[in-house]
Design a protein. Structure first.
Length: 334
């Protein structure tokens, strides 16, 4: 399988990422494979260090951000491609080398969409949010299970974590039962909030109604600077907050939201939008006027909430991509 590459003839490289073994294919200017090989992790880094700087493509997967940083360190132009965009270029039977060749071909397309490599700071913050999300899921499961056990003994606790934490100590002698996940979750929240207070972009994002410190840091962790999106509409589309389309025969048919992209960030924005619909002072914020106008048209509240989440994502993009920008509430003139 190993071939010696003619370095001057390679114009782009596709790498199929594995745990220990990486398969590499190099294409020439005409798109013809001129190099196929496989490397262990250490040899791959040596190969990238020796190779003439070129475009290096890889699928978005665990390890892709690390490899992108290493490739950039040696002067290459790393391109991370979402896996669903590589699949159409896989020919015949699937193998690791075929995948690497498909990646190399995919990165040559002028309309291809790429995911920007994340910095180490972004990855650390993203990890905090994902750990928090997992703890929330675990906490909810534990609380529901404990409430079900208590019902077998005729003990009831109202729905909600606050009631569980309040009533559980008085019902059980073991006061630690079920409370540890909540304490760990609180520590993570405080850590995320301290990061938000020290980050300029996150601080500016919290000026947007419905976006608190958790959502703000999640946006900076998952979306970075936002410059990879051409507009706020593209960010909203990436989050799956736009309608799915099923159009044919010249007739447009829009369905429910696509729910593509990051479900955690989409959930935070939807919760923030719900809070705005319920609690935003509609006399002091132009978003409040917009909400009232939507409700006056008879639009269902859930649709208004999702539409507002879309609008919040677009506003967040504007704040994120404009240095020093804050959201202005623009009080309405009486």
């Amino acid at each position: 399988m190993n071939q010696q590459p003619a370095k001057s003839s390679i114009t782009r490289i596709g790498i199929d990422i594995g745990k220990s073994v990486f398969h590499v294919v190099g294409l020439d200017v005409a798109g013809k494979p001129v190099f196929r090989s496989q490397f262990i992790r250490e040899r791959l880094i040596e190969f990238l260090a020796r190779a003439t700087p070129t475009v290096v493509g890889m699928e978005a997967c665990p390890g892709s951000n690390w490899l992108a940083r290493k490739a950039a360190l040696y002067g290459h132009d790393p391109r991370i491609v979402p896996a669903q965009f590589v699949k159409p270029f896989v020919k015949s039977n699937k193998t690791d080398i075929v995948d690497a060749e498909a990646i190399a071909e995919a990165i040559s397309r002028p309309t291809m969409r790429f995911a920007p490599p994340k910095t180490e700071a972004q990855l650390d913050l993203q990890a905090l949010h994902r750990v928090r999300q997992r703890l929330i899921s675990s906490k909810t499961a534990i609380i529901n299970q404990a409430r079900a056990f208590l019902l077998e003994y005729g003990l009831t606790i109202s729905v909600g974590a606050a009631y569980f934490v309040r009533d559980m100590p008085s019902m059980l002698s073991d006061k630690q039962n079920g409370l540890t996940p909540s304490e760990r979750l609180l520590q993570l929240r405080h850590q995320i909030e301290s990061i938000a207070s020290a980050d300029d972009a996150a601080t500016r994002l919290t000026s947007v109604p419905g976006i608190g410190q958790l959502t703000a840091t999640a946006i900076t962790a998952f979306a970075g600077t936002g410059t990879q999106f051409k507009s706020g509409r593209h960010l909203a589309s990436w989050l799956g907050l736009v309608p799915r389309e099923f159009s044919t025969g010249g007739k447009q048919h829009l369905l429910g939201i696509s729910k593509r992209g990051n479900p955690y960030l989409r959930k935070l924005l939807v919760h923030g939008a719900r809070s705005c619909v319920l609690h935003l002072d509609r006399t002091k914020d132009h978003l409040g006027v917009w909400i009232s106008a939507m409700e006056a048209k008879g639009i269902h509240r859930n649709k208004v909430i999702v539409a507002l989440a879309n609008k919040l994502a677009r506003i967040a993009w504007a704040v994120l991509t404009r240095q020093g920008a804050f959201y202005l509430r623009q009080p309405q003139q009486q």
